[in-house]
Design a protein around this ligand. Structure first.
Ligand code: SF4
Length: 445
């Protein structure tokens, strides 16, 4: 028919995103870029013209999960592009899955987008959907991860992230603020600041100042950045903070209510000899004193951490020291992994590897103590009224949310009854009525 434009349907992309919040942010960037070119998302394998598998290669168990996901995507769809941390091992992936269309490494957004364009070229489109204001998000609309830097200057013996992602590479603070402002304007109520080493932010930029549109200059430093983010009207939660001396400067921002009273510090261990063998940054003896000082300034501060039990050379005495340290530190939230060798990590060459049953037994003993501490701390919250951000409403009057002490996915929840009006993203005062080892229960106050 003369004069009529035939519009071919847009190509659809499926995405399997594995790994940590940082990988999730990468997936969001890739999809935002593809969406801006007119691609649509497919929620299932069958409807996708091509499937991207964003892999995680941090632990051998994560690698196995990534390989399984690649195999499944090939079996279900057949047209697969692999990216992410495991992309750094392209040869082993293509040897195992010769059908894979392309393999790209972490943060190679352009390369992934290019591979998708080749695999499923978009037909010419006179009308391309407008991008949502804040880009495309895989997290619920009311909270967003904000990645402030990539890479890491440390060389912890168990970690291969620096070899996968390189040295610290901080984003400009004005660009971060712009992204945060857009997210808040689009409905984000909680910003989760992530990186490999959040407290080192801006070191590579020599903490230079940058001018922001219509705003005063901002220094590329976590204290300044957190202060600015705190003025946007959303909750601001900091993850992956190493306890460098200047972390003390963040505590007044919490006392002033600018950022959440929440510190996620991956301590990993407490025994000086194990920390030395791990080559941990900011490994200093006075951590317990500093925790006490932070708590005296912000009594409701929640400290979350992760630990490794059964690191090579860890003696029963080292482990006992860790348990005693935890008793004293009274951390609010902890995760613990039984040590697992990671291909390519320096720790594999250390003497004193421990059998799996010892590593797992120590992990279980650690988590038992952590659960008892958590239960005691949460029981003290019964009777208080806490602000709770709603994540989900069940449509029958119940809802699930989180207090300021709980990050999504990794911490506990607050389960609400009699909350028929609660909607995701609402922040409500909730009277806490009950508690167990990890979660709180209550009703709108
Ligand atoms: S600080 Fe250590 S564990 Fe964290 S990313 Fe850097 S090298 Fe890895």
């Amino acid at each position: 028919m003369a004069g009529e434009t035939i519009i071919a349907p847009p190509r659809k992309v499926g995405m399997v995103s594995l790994g940590c919040p940082k990988a999730l942010v990468d997936s969001e960037r890739i999809l935002t870029s593809l969406r801006s070119e007119g691609y649509q998302l497919s929620p299932d394998y069958a409807g996708a013209d091509v499937v991207i598998v964003n892999t995680c290669g941090f632990l051998d168990s994560a690698k196995a999960e990534s390989l399984e996901a690649i195999g499944e995507a090939i079996a279900e769809n057949g047209r697969v592009v692999v990216t992410g941390c495991m992309g750094a091992e392209a040869a082993s992936i293509t040897a195992r899955f010769p059908q894979v269309l392309a393999v790209t490494g972490p943060q190679q957004y352009e390369a992934v987008v290019g591979a998708v364009r080749r695999a499923a070229p978009m037909p010419p489109q006179p009308f391309v959907d407008l991008l949502p204001e804040a880009g495309l998000k895989l997290t619920p609309r009311h909270y967003s991860y904000l990645k402030i830097s990539e890479g890491c200057n440390h060389r912890c013996a168990f970690c291969i992230i620096p070899s996968l992602r390189g040295d610290l590479d901080s984003r400009r603070p004005d660009a971060i603020l712009r992204e945060a402002e857009k997210l808040v304007a689009a409905g984000t109520k909680e910003l989760l600041v992530i990186s490999q080493d959040t407290s080192a932010y801006g070191r590579d930029l020599r903490h230079a100042s940058f001018s922001t549109a219509g705003r005063r200059e901002i220094r590329a430093h976590i204290t300044d950045l957190a202060g600015e983010l705190g003025q946007l009207g959303a909750w601001v939660r900091l993850h992956y903070i190493y306890p460098y001396a200047h972390v003390d400067e963040l505590i007044p921002l919490m006392a002033d209510g600018l950022i959440l009273p929440y510190l996620d510090i991956p301590f990993q261990h407490a025994s000086p000899s194990v920390l030395r063998a791990m080559r941990r940054p900011a490994n200093e003896a006075k951590v317990l004193e500093r925790i006490a000082a932070w708590r005296s300034m912000v009594p409701d501060i929640a400290i979350r951490s992760t630990f490794i039990a059964g690191f090579p050379g860890e003696t029963e005495a080292d482990f006992q020291l860790l348990l005693d340290w935890l008793d004293e530190a009274q951390l609010d939230r902890v995760g613990c992994f039984a040590y697992e060798p990671v291909a390519g990590a320096a720790a594999n060459a250390l003497p004193g590897a421990l059998p799996l049953d010892v590593r797992e037994d120590r992990r279980d003993r650690f988590m038992e103590k952590a659960a008892a501490i958590s239960a005691a701390k949460l029981s003290k919250k019964v009777g208080l009224t806490l602000d709770v951000i709603i994540d989900e409403a069940d449509g029958e009057g119940g809802a699930t949310g989180r207090s300021k002490a709980d990050a999504p996915e990794i911490d506990g929840k607050v389960l609400l009854r009699d909350a028929p009006d609660a909607k995701p993203g609402d922040i409500l005062p909730v009277a806490i009525e009950d508690a167990d080892a990890f979660d709180l229960y209550g009703a709108p106050a």
